[in-house]
Design a protein around this ligand. Structure first.
Ligand code: ADP
Ligand code: MG
Length: 350
């Protein structure tokens, strides 16, 4: 007997909602009832009341075939990345990471030695970011590897940064540079295809260290928070850049109920990426806007803080906050306005 009578239920394809629509639909009827829940769903971390400060919690899952391909991802790098991308969400709240739990589902395709490698990478990241591995879960999987990491952190109540605090006339700032990780992925995919066609051809990845490192072993943006702290800057809003600048700017716009204007000529892109963009016939600005996996920070500051960070090359002012009525736009080099879209920017060069 069928457990579900297909005729009696309406089925909606998940693709019709998209990731954020799906989360909203699944969680909209949940209300937080504990006083210790300061912020539930909707930011980079959940925020919980601790004794004197706030505790931060975030979870991210990496699925083989979706988030990584073991044909070109060393397991040690993958372990490091799984921790780093979670810590990035703690950074987005202006917090300090303290503990992680790691859950893995593995198929019998993996050897003990392979999992040792994964955990070497996890250990390396734990050391680098001074976090303790305090638990997790281990289970079997019928299809590949799944890694789920939860991270805990803390932040002083007066230093927390939400996505929702941006105000009209604030400046929008990006750390580091954008788009490189996307190009690293394109390189790895290209070499995989070449290898599939002719296994005798050795992969040619030389000279592309930066893009590859950004894709395979991204760092969490902890160092920027230390600089901001020294400069006595508390951003008015902040988010980590995991899905591309455009998508993250839209999150700040929605949460803060403001508009954002980004300037094409201000978007920071590493010089090595310019050559790769020509090689792949891709527009590097589109890749910075929609590429993803940069794990940099996008934040807003009041104009009063501008002088404090204007000379620091770690930070780039990419735009400013406007009234919500002005919408969310990229201002191109020729002055034309292009509405920002979450994934709407066509990566391929016209
Ligand atoms: P990020 O990109 O910063 O990791 P996400 O876009 O994954 O954040 O998630 C947005 C918000 O939705 C977060 O607050 C997250 O905790 C929450 N969320 C995501 N998936 C689920 C789920 N299945 N159930 C409950 N909350 C979820
Ligand atoms: Mg995030």
């Amino acid at each position: 007997m069928a457990l579900i009578d297909d005729k009696s239920i309406n089925t909606t394809p998940i693709s019709s909602l998209g990731e954020f629509g799906l989360i909203e639909r699944l969680t909209k009827d949940f209300k937080c009832e504990n006083k210790t829940t300061i912020k539930g769903i909707g930011d980079d971390c959940a925020v919980l009341k601790a004794d004197t400060n706030y505790r931060l919690v975030s979870t991210d899952m990496l699925v083989e075939g979706v988030h990584f391909d073991l044909a070109y991802t060393p397991l040690k790098h993958l372990g490091f990345k799984a921790i780093a991308v979670n810590i990035s969400d703690i950074c987005a709240m202006n917090g300090k990471p303290s503990q992680v739990t790691v859950s893995v589902a593995v198929s019998n395709r993996f050897s003990v030695e392979a999992l040792d490698e994964l955990y070497l990478g996890i250990q390396l990241a734990c050391k680098e970011y001074h976090v303790d591995l305090v638990g997790g879960d281990t289970t079997s999987s019928l299809s590949g590897l799944v890694i789920s990491v939860s991270v805990l952190g803390e932040v002083a109540t007066e230093k927390i940064t939400y996505r929702s605090g941006a105000k009209v006339n604030d400046l929008l700032v990006v750390t580091g540079d954008l788009g490189a990780s996307y190009f690293g992925l394109q390189l790895l995919k290209r070499e995989k295809e070449i290898f599939k066609e002719n296994p005798n051809v050795q992969p040619d990845l030389s000279g592309h260290d930066y893009a590859l490192r950004r894709q395979l072993k991204p760092e969490a943006p902890t160092k920027y928070l230390k600089i901001l702290d020294k400069l006595s800057i508390i951003p008015t809003s902040m988010i980590d850049i995991s899905d591309g600048l455009s998508s993250e700017a839209l999150h700040i716009s929605k949460s803060s109920n403001i508009g954002v204007s980004l300037y094409e000529d201000k978007i920071p892109i590493d010089y090595s990426i310019m050559n790769l963009a020509t090689e792949f016939n891709l527009n590097p600005i589109s890749c910075a806007l929609s590429g993803g996996e940069d794990y940099e920070l996008l934040f807003s500051i009041t104009q009063n803080d501008y002088d404090k960070l204007k000379k620091d090359p770690d930070f780039t002012i990419v735009g400013h906050v406007t009234d919500v009525s002005e919408g969310n736009n990229l201002i191109a080099n020729d002055g034309s306005l292009h509405p920002l879209k979450a994934q709407g920017w066509d990566i391929a060069k016209e």
